[in-house]
Design a protein. Structure first.
Length: 269
């Protein structure tokens, strides 16, 4: 079973090279704040996962759980973050390094940017919304590293409505539940686990953090150049169903601005 190899698969997820470089530069800057360092850390799903996992481990039991990357960085401290980033970046010196599904980072960043923009309208912390937006499809990365051939075969069929069923046939579970099971094993707070697990559930049956992610995915689907490969409801219909005080056109503009700023931050060496 793919879940039996979760820890090994997590170690296979490298940190994006420029993100690692920017984090290492930030932690050496005496004027960089925790919030600034956390912003760069949160741009990378693999690095965010490592940071959150350690911050929510048994070693930090008894403290308030880290639901956002910023909270995790505060708990761990700069020296620990530097060590985690350096360890995650080491495999990047290999020529054959696998950075994961080709569309994974861009989609995760789009969803995170949109989720954080929509968060205040649902009474959710933008930092928490961004974190779960970056991590919501972590199950796809687990599938990719667990069985690349089976994962690539899923991508050759373009029926979004049947994706979850095809994933269950190929992996024994869909990416939402694989990601949630992984997050639970890694000690993530229950609110993050639920949002990862439920982001393809009926919108009115889920909590606020999950709804924020669903809105983020709907925005990302509008902004992407290709048709979505997942079952994602249309943005206007989703906002109307949830009765959220959001204007789709303004949300899209806000998301585009956030995405451009964050992508530039990740890509500037």
């Amino acid at each position: 079973m793919i879940l039996d190899r979760i820890d090994d698969l997590l170690r296979q997820m490298p940190v994006r090279p420029l993100v690692a470089q920017r984090v290492l530069e930030s932690v050496e800057d005496p004027e960089a704040s925790v919030a600034a360092i956390a912003t760069v850390v949160s741009l990378d799903p693999g690095l965010s996962t490592r940071i959150l996992r350690l911050a929510n481990s048994a070693a930090h039991a008894g403290r308030e759980p880290a639901v956002s990357v910023e909270r995790a960085v505060m708990l761990l401290g700069i020296h620990t973050v530097r060590a985690i980033v350096a360890a995650g970046a080491f495999p990047l010196f290999r020529d054959d390094v696998d950075l994961g599904p080709h569309d994974f980072w861009g989609h995760a960043l789009s969803v995170a940017a949109a989720a954080s923009a929509a968060a205040p309208a649902l009474g959710v912390s933008p930092d928490e919304a961004f974190t779960v937006g970056i991590l919501h499809d972590i199950g796809r990365a687990v599938q990719h590293f667990g069985d690349r051939e089976a994962f690539d075969a899923l991508g050759r069929r373009w029926e979004p409505s049947s994706l979850l069923q095809r994933e269950r046939a190929a992996f024994g579970s869909d990416h939402a539940h694989i990601g949630a099971d992984a997050a639970a094993r890694w000690g993530f707070p229950e609110s993050l686990v639920e949002a990862i697990r439920d982001h393809h559930s009926p919108p009115r049956t889920v909590g606020r953090l999950t709804r924020v992610v669903m809105i983020g995915e709907a925005v990302a689907a509008r902004l992407d150049d290709v048709a979505p490969t997942e079952p994602i409801p249309p943005l206007d219909a989703l906002i109307a169903e949830l009765k959220v005080p959001l204007r789709p056109d303004k949300l899209i503009r806000d998301t585009e601005r956030r995405y451009e700023r964050l992508a530039a931050l990740a890509e500037t060496a």
